[in-house]
Design a protein. Structure first.
Length: 378
């Protein structure tokens, strides 16, 4: 969970006062002219400074991505949030891919609908945005641990939950380098991350066809995620309701961006607890060597986290702190993955890099939890 859409709502009822860090692209923006516009004013009129927790706010994912693509500036400058030089800028499709983990397009199925929502694609910022917020807030409430400590509702493939809810509160929280529940073993979270990494990297490499059915893919642990979604292809997943990025190389960049998101989130303290182990080097079977980030001590899970404390560690302050920390971090790992992608490095080598370098575990059986400083007080 993490990223981008921290919505800052000012006290003004004017919807244009929102600094929503998403942008419509291509067909999506044209559809925006037909669909309802942002109208979150009812939230702002209550004077609520509304924050969608779990998101890196203020274009942080975008900045990390541009930096991985070569943008360089001081950590505090924020020039890399919106680089002016084309040579230091990530392609738009890659940015949309980075945002996808937080903002996947989805359709509410029969029995899931909320008042005012239509059975067509929902996605920020243009496609039924009011409904997006309703679904998100409703899901957040339903997923919360009850006052008596009993677990909240599950969102998964089997009950055909909306992809938005699976990603943020359900069985696909690995999209944010997080466990799905307290007590989940680090090795299980990592296995899911590796499964997603294989999928996204091989789609980016065009080894997996955009039209391939997800439930048929021979990736360990992957097909089960879409067993009840047998009409879904890789293209459904990434581009439902909007064909803007269905052409190459855009489609590849979408998938690659989704991989970057997982890696970036894994450096956010609310998502994973990393040890500080500078000076380590990891060696791959092809002889290449890479500086190694700190080992993962445990993954966090969100159900018992305080959303405000979590969001604080996804903030621009937290990202700047990360940028000021000794490398390698999210930027350098992203750059290494970009080099792999551009050089058409086989998945087997990339897999080794992610396994022994980026997601190396201190203790495979470490149980996920909220993390003491993030634990919600009830
Ligand atoms: Zn995230």
């Amino acid at each position: 969970m993490a990223l981008l859409l921290l919505l800052y709502c000012s006290l003004s009822p004017d919807a244009s006062a929102f600094k929503l860090k998403t942008e419509a692209a291509g067909i999506e923006s044209r559809k925006a002219n037909l669909e309802s516009r942002w109208s979150l004013s009812r939230y702002t009129t209550k004077g609520v400074s509304f924050v969608l927790d779990n998101f890196w706010d203020e274009l942080n994912h975008e900045e990390l991505t541009h930096r991985s693509f070569g943008c360089a500036s001081d950590a505090e400058s924020r020039i890399c949030m919106l680089p002016t030089s084309a040579s230091a800028r990530a392609p738009l499709a890659a940015l949309v891919g980075v945002r996808w983990n937080d903002n996947p397009p989805f359709v509410l199925e029969d029995g899931q609908t909320l008042s005012g929502c239509r059975g067509t694609t929902i996605k920020l910022p243009a496609l039924q945005p009011d409904c997006w917020l309703k679904v998100f807030l409703d899901g957040q409430r339903r997923a919360s641990v009850r006052a008596d400590g009993s677990p909240g509702e599950q969102f998964n493939s089997a009950n055909r939950s909306a992809l938005l809810l699976r990603s943020h509160f359900g069985d696909m929280q690995f999209l944010h380098a997080m466990a799905t529940r307290d007590g989940e073993l680090a090795s299980d979270t990592k296995a899911q991350i590796m499964s997603w990494a294989e999928f996204s990297y091989r789609v980016a490499q065009s080894e997996i066809a955009p039209g391939a059915y997800l439930y048929e893919l021979k990736i360990p642990g992957f097909a089960a995620l879409f067993d009840k979604q047998r009409g879904w292809t890789a293209m459904t997943l990434f581009t439902l309701g909007d064909g803007t990025f269905r052409v190459e190389p855009d489609f590849s960049w979408l998938a690659f961006g989704s991989l970057l998101h997982v890696v970036q989130d894994s450096f956010a303290r609310g998502h994973a607890d990393r040890a500080d182990t500078p000076g380590q080097v990891c060696r791959l079977s092809n002889g290449s060597e890479f500086p190694k980030p700190g080992r993962i001590r445990s993954f966090r899970s969100y159900a018992n986290q305080d959303s405000g404390t979590h969001a604080n560690e996804d903030s621009v302050r937290a990202m700047t702190e990360h940028l000021l920390s000794p490398p390698p971090g999210a930027v350098e790992v992203g750059a290494a993955l970009l080099a792999f992608h551009r050089n058409k490095t086989p998945w087997q080598i990339v897999s080794e890099y992610l396994d022994v370098c980026v997601f190396d575990l201190e203790d495979a059986s470490a149980a996920a939890g909220p993390g003491q400083e993030f634990r919600v007080r009830r």
